[in-house]
Write a protein that binds this ligand. Structure first.
Ligand SMILES: Nc1nc2c(ncn2[C@@H]2O[C@H](COP(=O)(O)OP(=O)(O)O)[C@@H](O)[C@H]2O)c(=O)[nH]1
Ligand SMILES: [Mg+2]
Ligand SMILES: [Zn+2]
Length: 308
């Protein structure tokens, strides 16, 4: 009764700025500078808000509100297929690509993550987890190609010692990406020991009690280091990149671009292709060229389907 009386007077709504620390479908949890958490909906069906975004919200008095606008982003990591964009994280400075010897990882997914990072201006860090397993020597060799390209690759055993990774996350907002089973949740729990508790809380508040990590969330490691945990990736489409953008994002291609016979060469077996020649001469690794061609073909196929 008393509650109803209090509610009869609508609380004045105020505009506030905060950061998206969890996203579940179209529900968002916003953290204000003082740490207050506000559960927000969006107007209409907008779904262009990512974990890590800074947003203006209209706060309605209790613990809820509506996202009004997104402040300019420094970076945006996202994937896309023929139909839609899937935002992964906003305003991150670093992406941590987690792989493991078991279950086996896909080279192609690593290249896709690297391409997305290059395009978005985010520094990638490849982490081979589970170095305690005997199969890790083979996995380490499979990662040599990325080390040769100049990417940082480190090995950790998250179960035993997270410190070597922790150091590299200092003063960064990092997003964790990778296939499921690589040990992302283990990494998160070692870095932010009460993270699991928060998953349960967030799920209860935003996801009608389902204890699943379907959305991304931002966790604070310390005052200046933050971590965005994204759901496991199976597919990583990059339909928003043209063939030219894609070629540019393969760092080892850059030295040869502009030297093909045809100015609009897409480096898929056209005569006089400089990328093909560089590959034949051993300057470009087979899995990298394969990933490049797959990306370009996926996009062309989707385009052809749409216009035929
Ligand atoms: N041997 C070994 N297993 C690990 C390590 N880190 C995680 N795991 C195991 O790998 C499995 C998947 O881990 P999880 O963190 O759930 O992976 P996620 O799907 O990427 O979140 C679990 O059984 C973990 O116990 C590690 O450093 N060494
Ligand atoms: Mg997990
Ligand atoms: Zn070419």
């Amino acid at each position: 009764m008393t509650v109803n009386k209090l509610r009869a007077q609508p609380a004045p709504s105020v505009q506030l700025t905060g950061q998206v620390v969890a996203s579940f479908g179209r529900s968002y949890r916003i953290e204000l500078a003082d740490g207050t958490l506000i559960e927000c909906a969006t107007r209409g069906k907008r779904s262009d808000i990512a974990c890590g975004d800074r947003v203006n919200i209209q706060h309605s008095g209790d613990n809820s509100g509506v996202v009004e606008s997104i402040l300019p982003r420094t970076t945006l990591l996202y994937r896309s297929d023929a139909h839609r964009q899937k935002l992964i994280a906003a305003n991150v400075t670093q992406a941590v690509i987690v792989v493991a010897p078991v279950p086996s990882f896909y080279d192609d997914l690593i290249s896709r993550c690297l391409v997305a990072c290059e395009h978005a201006g985010i520094a990638p860090l490849i982490v081979l987890n589970k170095t305690d397993l005997p199969q890790s020597a083979a996995a380490w060799s499979a990662l040599a190609v990325y080390r040769t390209l100049g990417y940082r690759v480190i090995g950790i055993c998250a179960k035993q010692d997270i410190a070597p990774l922790g150091e590299l996350l200092e003063n960064h907002t990092s997003v964790l990406v990778g296939q499921s089973g690589m040990g992302k949740s283990t990494v998160v729990n070692k870095l932010v020991p009460d993270a699991m508790l928060r998953v349960a809380e967030t799920s209860l508040a935003l996801d009608s009690g389902k204890h699943t990590t379907t959305g991304a969330r931002l966790l604070h490691i310390n005052a200046s280091s933050h971590l965005i945990d994204s759901p496991g990736l199976q597919a990583f489409g990059l339909h928003h990149l043209s063939a030219e953008d894609t070629a540019q994002a393969f760092v080892e291609f850059r030295a040869w671009l502009g030297q093909c016979r045809f100015r609009d060469c897409t480096h898929r077996m056209e005569p006089g292709c400089a990328i093909d020649r560089a590959y034949a001469e051993g300057h470009i690794a087979a899995p990298r060229l394969a990933s490049y061609r797959l990306l370009v073909e996926e996009r062309l196929r989707a385009h052809a389907r749409r216009y035929n």
